[in-house]
Design a protein around this ligand. Sequence first.
Ligand code: GLU
Length: 424
Amino acid sequence: MTALSYAPGLAPDGPWATYLDQIERVRPYLGHLERWVETLKRPKRCLVVDIPIEMDDGSVSHFEGFRVQHNLSRGPGKGGVRYHPDVTLEEVMALAAWMTIKNAAVNLPYGGAKGGVRCDPARLSMKELERVTRRYTSEIGIVIGPMQDIPAPDVNTNAQVMAWMMDTYSMNVGATATGVVTGKPIALGGSLGRVKATGRGVFVIGREAARRLKLPLEGARVAVQGFGNVGASAAELYAAHGARVVAVQDASGTVFAPQGLDVRALIAHAEANGGVAGCPGADAIDAESFWQVESDVLIPAALEGVLTAERARHLRTKMVLEGANGPTLPEADLILRDRGITVVPDVIANAGGVTVSYFEWVQDFSSFFWTEEEINARLDKILIGAFARIWADAERHAIPLRTAAFVVACERVLSARELRGLYP
Ligand code: GLU
């Protein structure tokens, strides 16, 4: 039976197919737990909801929303919510599955979940965005909760969206439930360090990998695709540690400066102008040329599926550090392996965000808040430890880091599955 037979009707090159391919590569290393692997190849629960809202002009629009709980063997569901015009159930299924793997790879006491609304937030007013968020939260209220499933920010969602989600859920249950979402504003039980945590994790893991590959950080050339929260925070940290950010691409365009961009100025420019295009002191290059820029570290930090086989063949970098979820297609993974380019997979490279989400959830439950130094120190310790284990396993079995991370994670999830047994 082929992997795709479990997903009839889904795109053979879509994100769910990518995920299934990654699971298949883990199978030979699972020993007796292989018996349970089918669990991971299907989501536990998918909820599709209709979100009707009144627009500012008085008309009514319907949006489609999703919440997928891929696996709950190790704890409540955990994972972000994305707002994007291309969101589909299939994409959310894959993103939820990657959360299962990520949470287990870092050993957070969570299962995996993800949500999304197919909409273009750039075309909605603040009031419309609030109405979409509140109705979406009410609709998925039957499956989320501080002990059930805890959403968080993802592409195009932020602390304000989380505040509306927390308020809507709280009003519906009749009690203020700060622990129902993470990534909230600090004033509502949010955690210090959460906003920059994903970018920080990308940098910390990138530094750990570079040290093992004997790639010096000082003067390293870094190319970043996606200049949202993750890409910009990672670029800022790389620049602050002596690396040169030589190219940045976002939806507005691609900027290139071999001597290194002034990242702080680029962030200010992108905030003022809605993107990196037109940034002073950099050349504009076409979108496809970004993938041929010479670099030491390439950070895809936007959407999934961008690193195709074709691009992988021509990439001129030493390390791909996955800030985004699912940026590398399976065929590209094999090409990069054959070309000796290290791929540091999403499930560890971008796990900093959900790790600080976990800290936020713990702080909310105990109503005792930590300092930013404590948060960053604990974050670094967890990520560095998890990465060391994955690196050692990859070396021992002579397998790629992605497969090693999946083996660690799948063993944790499937042992929990086995210990719990089947009910009823
Ligand atoms: N959306 C982020 C991710 O993909 C964070 C999820 C969370 O904090 O729950 O890992």
